[in-house]
Design a protein around this ligand. Structure first.
Ligand code: ZN
Length: 190
């Protein structure tokens, strides 16, 4: 659609958020005094933080006005808890840190947490003996292996020969005999 001069243009609307001009008697919440993880400023116009009074996530209003505050809200979950007006409603929020500072604080807190609770399980260190064996094994060349085999060839041959020796008798001394007779049971009613 092309815009012609005859069409009226919309006036720019005031950017104020139209909430009642009332403030909570509670002291202003300072962002720097809260846990970085208790606020979400990724989208500044949809900033939310955890209300100190009721512990629920609560939007911050007036992001483009002089005063920022928590929107009026009830404590508890909708449809479950009673509709009790939270005393943190309309509480002032003091932006005493920038969004960049908040991101950094959040990252720092995350680093600290992940270093405290490692999610990756590191392999256990080898014992000195195992380490020595593994190193020796890695250092062995083909020629050394052949020499090793030649050194034990006699014992291996003896062991193989001993294995072929069968004890006297045609069946194992301690094993159960396998029944060889076929049974033909007759049902008593026949
Ligand atoms: Zn609240």
């Amino acid at each position: 659609m092309t815009i012609t001069a005859a069409m009226p243009t919309a006036k720019e609307r005031p950017r104020r958020t139209r909430t009642k001009r009332q403030l909570s008697s509670r002291p202003a919440l300072k962002l720097s005094q809260l846990f970085p993880s208790h606020m979400d400023l990724r989208e500044p116009l949809k900033a939310v933080l955890v209300c100190e009074d009721c512990g629920t996530w609560c939007p911050i209003t007036g992001m483009q006005s002089r005063i920022q505050k928590l929107v009026p809200h009830h404590t508890g979950k909708a449809g479950v808890a009673d509709a009790i007006h939270c005393r943190g409603s309309n509480r002032r929020v003091e932006f005493d840190m920038t969004i960049v500072e908040w991101r950094q604080a959040l990252a720092d807190a995350h680093t600290e947490t992940s270093s405290r609770q490692p999610t990756t399980v590191l392999p256990k260190a080898f014992s000195p003996r195992t380490d020595q064996t593994l190193r020796a094994r890695a250092e062995r060349t083909g020629a050394v292996r052949v020499a090793d085999w030649n050194a034990v060839r006699k014992q291996v041959g003896d062991a193989d020969e001993a294995r072929t020796q069968v004890p006297h008798g045609d069946r194992p001394a301690d094993g159960r005999e396998v029944p060889l007779d076929t049974l033909h049971p007759v049902h008593p009613t026949r």
